[in-house]
Design a protein around this ligand. Structure first.
Ligand SMILES: NC(=O)C1=CN([C@@H]2O[C@H](COP(=O)(O)OP(=O)(O)OC[C@H]3O[C@@H](n4cnc5c(N)ncnc54)[C@H](O)[C@@H]3O)[C@@H](O)[C@H]2O)C=CC1
Ligand SMILES: O=C(O)C1=NCCCC1
Length: 315
């Protein structure tokens, strides 16, 4: 008996064949976020984060099983912030998708497309459930996540203006030009304070290891998707901003360790899933922060979606 081994799908193949389209991905991610806040739906142990200080990098191991979607997967992902200087992606990975009944690997997938789009989709879901006004979007950062957030949030909310700030202004200019070429009203900013002034929705997607966004610059009722992970997962916003805001995350199980610093400050953090499920209600008049950590179940359901879409085009 011969076994041709698992299917291998590259990022390029996933992208070129549009196997991860937003109209299908966003509902899948919304279900995953909701399921995390219900019992028995998802097995997702806190991920292992192996920091390698001498290399200024990290390797994360992220396994998950999602019962309702029958998705069993594990992502191995690295974060090397200095890769940008070498023209390489800072965040790279591989996702193994298993047959849940036998444990056999059915597909190996590059993890950049999955990580790029499932993270932006999670921010879009959080924005939908925590916020109302969507006229001005301000994005801090101009890398992979900044791009996917600009596209995904604009797809969902059709902003009147998209503002971009980056610590290197050329980066902000490049992304602004790309968005303008797609017909968006996009503007590059030199100053974070001016970029976020009166913005309805703000995204932080940088490797900043000390705060770049201050509470006093933000209008009441604004919503922030804090995506970046510098030294830890709450480096980009100043502590006063967290104190001003209602703070939400994707999974409290990971927050216990990854947001320990905030919890030790006495902050209350809630799961977005509880808002989606209607077991808690959001205070939309307040500044809201979605502190995105990134969940293995998001990778698992995204990989399953890609696999199902792949089977359709191969029929
Ligand atoms: N929450 C989640 O699920 C995920 C979070 N991330 C995090 O999102 C962030 C962005 O990731 P990518 O867009 O893939 O990386 P990237 O390398 O493509 O973009 C990084 C951005 O940060 C800027 N930057 C670098 N050093 C900085 C500093 N010291 N101060 C201010 N800005 C700085 C760069 O100019 C660039 O605009 C990272 O922190 C990454 O770890 C990435 C994937 C998933
Ligand atoms: O969830 C993920 O995937 C990541 N989270 C933080 C940094 C790198 C990738």
């Amino acid at each position: 008996m011969t076994d041709s081994g698992p299917l291998y799908l590259t990022d390029e193949f996933i992208r070129n064949n549009k196997l991860l389209k937003l109209d299908k991905l966003i509902p899948v991610i919304q279900n995953a976020m909701a399921s995390v806040s219900k019992n028995d739906e998802v097995i997702q142990p806190p991920r292992t984060i192996m920091n390698i200080p001498s290399l200024n990098g990290a390797l994360l191991s992220m396994p998950a099983f999602c019962k309702y979607d029958d998705a069993l997967a594990c992502k191995l992902v690295t974060a090397y912030p200095k890769n940008a200087d070498k023209g390489l992606p800072s965040v790279q990975g591989t996702v193994l998708l298993f047959d849940s009944t036998t444990g056999k690997v059915c597909a190996i997938m590059d993890g950049i497309e999955i990580t790029t789009w499932r993270t932006a989709a999670a921010s879009a879901v959080a924005t939908k459930y925590l916020h109302n006004g969507t006229a001005v979007l301000a994005i801090l950062g101009s890398g992979t996540q900044a791009r996917s957030h600009a596209e995904t949030l604009d797809y969902c909310f059709n902003f009147q203006q998209i503002r971009i700030w980056n610590h290197k202004y050329e980066g902000a200019q490049t992304l602004t030009k790309e968005l303008t070429a797609k017909g968006k009203n996009a503007v590059a900013y030199h100053s974070v304070e001016e970029c976020v002034q009166d913005a309805d929705v703000i995204v932080t997607a940088t490797f900043a290891s000390s705060p770049i966004l201050k509470g006093k610059w933000i209008k009441p009722g604004a919503h922030i998707n804090a995506v970046g992970a510098g030294i830890n997962h709450h480096s980009e916003l100043d502590v006063d901003l967290y104190k001003l805001a209602c703070v939400y995350t994707d999974t409290m199980a990971s927050a216990e360790t990854e947001l320990k610093g905030l919890l030790e400050e006495g902050m209350t953090i809630e799961e977005v899933g509880d808002i989606i499920n209607g077991t808690k209600s959001a205070d939309r008049g307040m500044i809201t922060v979605f502190q995105s950590l990134g969940m293995a179940v998001e990778d698992a359901v995204s990989a399953k979606l890609i696999y199902e879409e792949y089977k359709k085009i191969k029929k």
